[in-house]
Design a protein around this ligand. Structure first.
Ligand SMILES: Cc1cc2nc3c(=O)[nH]c(=O)nc-3n(C[C@H](O)[C@H](O)[C@H](O)COP(=O)(O)OP(=O)(O)OC[C@H]3O[C@@H](n4cnc5c(N)ncnc54)[C@H](O)[C@@H]3O)c2cc1C
Length: 484
């Protein structure tokens, strides 16, 4: 089976290794250098429990992804000859106040019900497990099966292992378009004008996957979500847990590097660092481990997570050209999902039924859009993905806007039954928000939320005519009720 893979990141590499091992004739086409984009910038956590925002098909995929990664790790090491630090210290998810504790307790509850392994710890027990963690920690979850790897080395390993099984890799080779004939893809057209024929094509172009011409009918769009990272030099034993919190995370590498992450920003394809991003990550890192203030800074970088409108990956055939297969949109979890993506795509290439139900990840969901239930005026991308996890289990769609101009346009296009707004965000001043929305979607219910201490914003929203105002944690708890 002659297969062309567009994109030489961790996903393209994992698919290539899997297919080449099964005897396929594989060529990876990489625009720049393999493994130099999101897969290079990541923190490398194989951490479904720390990452997932709620139960449902995505959490199930992530748990399975961790299991499959653990299963393939020895073979990948053998085939590539590369050691990628498959750490075993687990993740310690810490809380600093009662609100954060309540959020983590809720996480522990649904994760236990959905097959996750999680141990609840008092602040003192958390400090015993990791003595460097801040004394202000009052509660924590230990997720012993979550782990981390050196993502740059894993990506290199997938590509090297694929090559060892005969895969060809062409770098500095940009694919412009898929060329179709009679309802099937027949070739890719390169930026040089050259055409390359194959039986199957895999679109693993990360945040750029939606830009490959010839697939417009599918309406699959991908966009970049920038994540900045800081790196320090410490002498910390890699077998200890990585630290996660609602303020960021810390991941240790065996050679003494300590990675602190990250931001979630819509900044287009711009990989530059910002002072605000650096400040936010530093503040989170110091909150989790105060002694970091005295350790040497080493370097910083940023990368572009590949996101889709609903923050779920796209794993499946193109509805318009069935011999094109999507393997993209892995957003915050591409390292974790690399092994299982390789297996799923190989199953599809060889017409086998994948072990996982792919309905939630099918490309068809973009073409056949359901009417939206709600419009969220929310810029916090992590919070958006949390809302989407609930929307996904309920089978409804939520759209988002980052400013009032976008909100107006969305209301015209999609007439939501409800609009909810993050009132702590200066982009959504209560009076202007009500004024704008009442003009374009008169019948929508307006719900505003803000931190429970932000009484000023909540009062202003009530005065401006919001139908309901409540604290952020109350809103979070009632999301299923609002979306139903
Ligand atoms: C700061 C940060 C932290 C993260 N932490 C984690 C983590 O801890 N755990 C986790 O699981 N995930 C994490 N992620 C997410 C993870 O990095 C991504 O989900 C994953 O790397 C996506 O892999 P990919 O191969 O799809 O994309 P990429 O690595 O971006 O690869 C896509 C490749 O396609 C190439 N390409 C694009 N267009 C074309 C074209 N037209 N022709 C040819 N080639 C093309 C690009 O050059 C690129 O090399 C993090 C991401 C960031 C930015």
């Amino acid at each position: 089976m002659k297969t062309v893979i567009i994109g030489g990141g961790i996903i393209g590499g994992a698919v290539a290794w899997r297919l080449a091992r099964e005897g396929a004739e594989v060529t990876i086409l990489e625009r720049g250098q393999c493994g130099a984009e999101a897969s290079w910038a990541a923190a490398g956590m194989i951490a479904p429990q720390a990452e997932a925002q709620g139960p449902g098909p995505f959490f199930d995929l992530c748990l399975k992804g961790r299991e499959r990664f653990d299963a393939i790790a020895p073979g990948l090491r053998r085939d590539s000859g590369i050691d990628f630090e498959h750490g075993a210290g687990g993740i310690l998810y810490v809380a600093f106040n009662a609100e954060e504790q309540a959020e983590l307790q809720e996480r522990a509850d649904w994760q236990r019900r959905s097959g996750g392994t999680v141990v609840e710890l008092s602040g003192k027990q958390a400090q015993e497990l990791e003595p460097e963690v801040a004394p202000e920690v009052i509660y924590a979850l230990h997720m012993p099966r979550d782990r981390s790897v050196d993502n740059r080395e894993v990506t290199r390993a997938y590509i090297a292992a694929a090559k060892a099984h005969g895969a060809q890799v062409r770098e500095q080779t940009r694919v412009e378009a898929i060329v179709a004939d009679g309802g099937r893809a027949v070739a890719v057209k390169l930026a040089t004008g050259e055409r390359l024929a194959a039986d199957v094509f895999v679109n693993a172009a990360g945040a750029w996957a939606g830009q490959i011409a010839g697939l417009e009918e599918d309406r699959v769009t991908t966009y970049p979500v920038r994540g900045q990272m800081l790196c320090f030099e410490v002498n910390r034993d890699g077998a200890r847990p990585n630290i996660f919190s609602l303020h960021g995370y810390l991941v240790a590498r065996r050679d003494g590097r300590l990675l602190a992450g990250s931001t979630m920003e819509e900044a287009g394809y711009d990989k530059r660092l910002t002072l605000a991003g650096i400040e936010r990550i530093s503040r989170g890192a110091l909150k989790m481990m105060p002694h970091l203030g005295a350790i040497p800074f080493r370097e910083a970088w940023a990368g572009l997570r590949p996101a889709t409108a609903d923050f779920l990956p796209v794993l499946g055939r193109s509805p318009s050209l069935p011999n094109v297969i999507y393997a993209t949109g892995h957003f915050r979890s591409g390292i974790l999902l690399s092994a299982i993506t390789g297996e799923i795509i190989a199953d599809l290439v060889y017409d086998r039924a994948p072990a996982i139900d792919l309905t939630a990840f099918a490309a068809e969901r973009f073409a056949a859009r359901t009417a939206i239930r709600a419009l969220g005026l929310v810029r916090d991308i992590l919070f958006r993905s949390r809302i989407d996890a609930v929307a996904q289990t309920l089978g409804v769609r939520v759209a988002y806007a980052s400013n009032l101009e976008q909100a107006r346009a969305r209301c015209f296009e999609e007439t939501p039954a409800m609009v909810f707004a993050d009132l702590s965000d200066p982009n959504f001043p209560p009076a202007a928000t009500v004024g704008e929305l009442k003009r374009v979607c008169r019948d929508a219910r307006l719900v505003g939320f803000a931190s429970h201490i932000d009484l000023k914003a909540l009062k202003a929203a009530r005065d401006a005519g919001f139908d309901l105002t409540l604290s952020r944690s109350e809103f979070t708890a009632r999301i299923p009720e609002f979306l139903r």
